[in-house]
Design a protein around this ligand. Structure first.
Ligand SMILES: NC(=O)c1ccc[n+]([C@@H]2O[C@H](COP(=O)([O-])OP(=O)(O)OC[C@H]3O[C@@H](n4cnc5c(N)ncnc54)[C@H](O)[C@@H]3O)[C@@H](O)[C@H]2O)c1
Length: 241
């Protein structure tokens, strides 16, 4: 009898909601073992889950150790966790909240990624981070979120270069506005999406499934791509100034 190929074990931070939850579904469909790392419990009780605050290093170490002990070495990682910005001018930003936001998006991504790379023991791996179109150019009232997302793009390039000799690819996607709980929360707080739709060449928001498809492509199929950030934005970043 032929030995069965071992299923890849992939971690998804923020996998309990939105884009992360869509990534989890696509990976399960492809036969991956998936561990969700999130603050909130997934709606589906069959999803394998480790509760973690990505901004808390001890919590990250514990969660990655537990996932590795349960399902084996994690050789794929998608970092879909995130929180929205305050949507106020730089003059009004609460610096404590901005520090927390940068901790979650940027340092949290590095923290999870390096705990996984530290445990690879010679295996190859692939990582996809999630940036944003707010990482391109200046945006009004986005000094907190846009700065964090631009830092993530840069971090992705740095990690790609450092970890290429370890056979670890690191890429990023930069979604445009995508209909998830995060955007629903923005709308509830008074954010008008119509100007964004009008500015987008494809004339609409993305779905979580569309963004997840590009993430899974970079994670699983793009074997000679590393250090890249793919805008999944309906043409937003292609518009001339
Ligand atoms: N929705 C959009 O329009 C959009 C656009 C560009 C980029 N993004 C980015 O895509 C990613 C996913 O966003 P989404 O729209 O699916 O949001 P979402 O709110 O639906 O999901 C975010 C998930 O992150 C988790 N999370 C938040 N803080 C955490 C922490 N400290 N530790 C662990 N988990 C934590 C939440 O519990 C939640 O499950 C985020 O990085 C977001 O910034 C979203």
């Amino acid at each position: 009898m032929q030995a069965q190929a071992k299923k890849p074990h992939t971690g998804v931070t923020g996998g309990s909601s939105g884009i992360g939850a869509a990534v989890v579904q696509l990976l399960l469909d492809r036969g991956h073992l998936v561990t969700v790392f999130d603050l909130q419990v997934p709606a589906d009780p069959n999803i394998v889950f480790e509760q973690v605050d990505v901004a808390d290093e001890a919590s990250v170490v514990r969660a990655v150790e537990a996932a590795t002990a349960r399902s084996g070495t994690v050789t794929g990682l998608v970092t879909c966790h995130g929180v929205r910005g305050e949507f106020v001018s730089a003059l009004e930003l609460d610096l404590g909240r901005m520090r927390r936001l940068i901790d979650v998006h940027v340092i949290g991504t590095l923290s999870v990624a390096r705990e996984i790379v530290r445990r690879l023991a010679g295996r190859s791996a692939s990582i996809v981070t999630v940036s944003s179109t707010t990482a391109y150019g200046g945006w009004v009232n986005q000094a907190d979120y846009g700065t964090a997302k631009a830092a993530l793009r840069q971090l992705t390039e740095n990690l790609a270069i450092e970890w290429a000799p370890l056979a670890v690819r690191v890429n990023s996607v930069a979604p445009g506005f995508t209909m998830t709980a995060m955007v629903a929360d923005m709308v509830a707080a008074g954010y008008d999406l119509n100007p964004a739709k009008a500015r987008t060449p494809l004339g609409r928001l993305a779905t979580a499934d569309e963004v997840a498809g590009s993430i899974v492509h970079l994670l699983c199929d793009a074997s000679f791509v590393t250090g890249q950030c793919l805008a999944v934005d309906g043409g937003w970043t292609a518009v001339g100034k």
